[in-house]
Design a protein. Structure first.
Length: 402
């Protein structure tokens, strides 16, 4: 059963038949293949003949014979014989085809093909695309489900909103989870299987990594520190305290590999007063919050970091560019910008005391500009507004934004 994901379908629809290659990127099992099928469904509903649609899914054995760009080119040209009009070519997990960009560039220059690609490795895609397809493609990042989408996928199973949010906190937004029983063992085993497949296929094999145990320890450190600022040196120092010798450069490389595979997001730190990005300390957020509990188990001690992660992913899904901020000695959780509109956001678990309220609001009060500022927490009935800064419940924020 295909469930529409309007956030992305609306973005893609504006590019259908445009002379530009559409590239959908994101973590494995984020829903890219389903979006390809939804595109095909939309094309067919627009009276495109089925023969004019060529769909290749490189995760299926049916297409195992396509090893390189020559195989791909031969297959597409053979399928294109005797077809009149525009041909719609959709290729899932294009990075599995060696030197794929040579074939795609050739087909694109032919002028007959409207091309859609998906990929699960940012580095492979960005390097090839930037080199050969510069100015001729658009990248559409695909995130796992937002909380609003999570509720849509839950459908008639929805119960009380707070209970649904707790499920979202625990299981995350991988679309396929909604075809499984919502039980910890089932969900966590599935998420672990996905992560192990990513580590082995997208990281270890591609990057020829020998020390898989070290790779996993670095990932676990990142998972355990979501919402915290840290550097590669801090990770290396921690591992050394555990009697594991590792260089800072190795840590940097491994973190970059996880970002390339869309397991982690690296978020830069911006000095608001100095108006510049800071080079060393940054935050890493998970591409899907379900990874957290599946790997670390339920840890209420890091609930604030988990909530930050959810807000970060929500901002990305709405098309914001996001960084973290530094204003003198204060840390600003998020600076989100889109179409020259800027929002400053603080995220807290609960504003349980006057001291906590003062701490969160004062961070934003010290930013002397007129951009929108908001404090988010799980508190429901607080009626706080200070210096033009508003408070909003996180669940309401996820469903309504403002």
């Amino acid at each position: 059963m295909l469930i529409n994901r309007e956030i992305y379908l609306n973005k893609i629809e504006g590019y259908i038949n445009a002379p530009i290659i559409k590239v959908l990127t994101g973590m494995r099992r984020a829903g890219k293949s389903c979006l390809m099928k939804l595109i095909i469904k939309k094309l067919i509903s627009a009276k495109v003949p089925k023969n004019n649609i060529i769909y290749i899914n490189m995760e299926r054995l049916d297409f195992d014979f396509i090893k390189n760009y020559l195989d791909l080119n031969k297959y597409v040209l053979e399928k294109s014989k005797n077809i009149k009009g525009e041909i719609y070519l959709l290729v899932d997990e294009i990075q599995e085809i060696d030197q794929w960009e040579k074939c795609i560039t050739s087909l694109f220059s032919d002028g007959r093909y409207d091309i859609y690609l998906t990929g699960s490795n940012a580095h492979l895609l960005s390097s090839e695309l930037a080199t050969l397809l510069s100015g001729r493609y658009v990248e559409i990042p695909i995130q796992t489900l937002t909380f609003r989408e999570f509720l849509i996928f839950r459908g008639e199973k929805k119960k009380e909103l707070d209970n649904e949010f707790q499920l979202f906190l625990k299981y995350g937004g991988l679309p396929v989870l909604h075809f499984l029983e919502f039980e910890d063992d089932i969900i966590h085993n599935y998420i672990n299987d996905i992560l192990n497949a990513i580590i082995l296929k997208d990281l270890v094999e591609r990057n020829k990594i020998r020390n898989v145990i070290l790779l996993k320890k670095i990932l676990r450190f990142a998972f355990d520190n979501i919402g915290n600022i840290f550097s590669a040196k801090k990770v290396a120092d921690y591992l050394k305290s555990q009697k594991i010798k590792v260089g800072v450069e190795t840590v940097q490389n491994y973190l970059a590999f996880f970002c390339d595979a869309f397991v982690l997001h690296r978020v830069q730190r911006f000095d608001i007063k100095g108006k510049r990005f800071l080079e060393f300390s940054e935050k890493f957020f998970l591409n899907d919050i379900g990874l957290h509990d599946a790997i670390l188990g339920v840890n209420q001690n890091n609930i604030a970091g988990v909530l930050e992660n959810i807000v970060f992913l929500e901002l990305l899904s709405r098309g914001y560019n996001v960084c973290i901020g530094k204003n003198n000695q204060n840390e600003v959780d998020f600076i989100a910008e889109k179409n020259s509109n800027k929002i400053y956001i603080q995220v807290a678990y609960l504003l349980a005391s006057k001291k906590t309220i003062d701490r969160e609001f004062s961070v934003l009060e010290n930013i002397k500009n007129h951009n929108k500022k908001i404090v988010l927490s799980l508190d429901k009935f607080l009626n706080i507004e200070r210096s033009g800064i508003i408070h909003k419940n996180i669940i309401s924020f996820l469903l309504d934004f403002f």
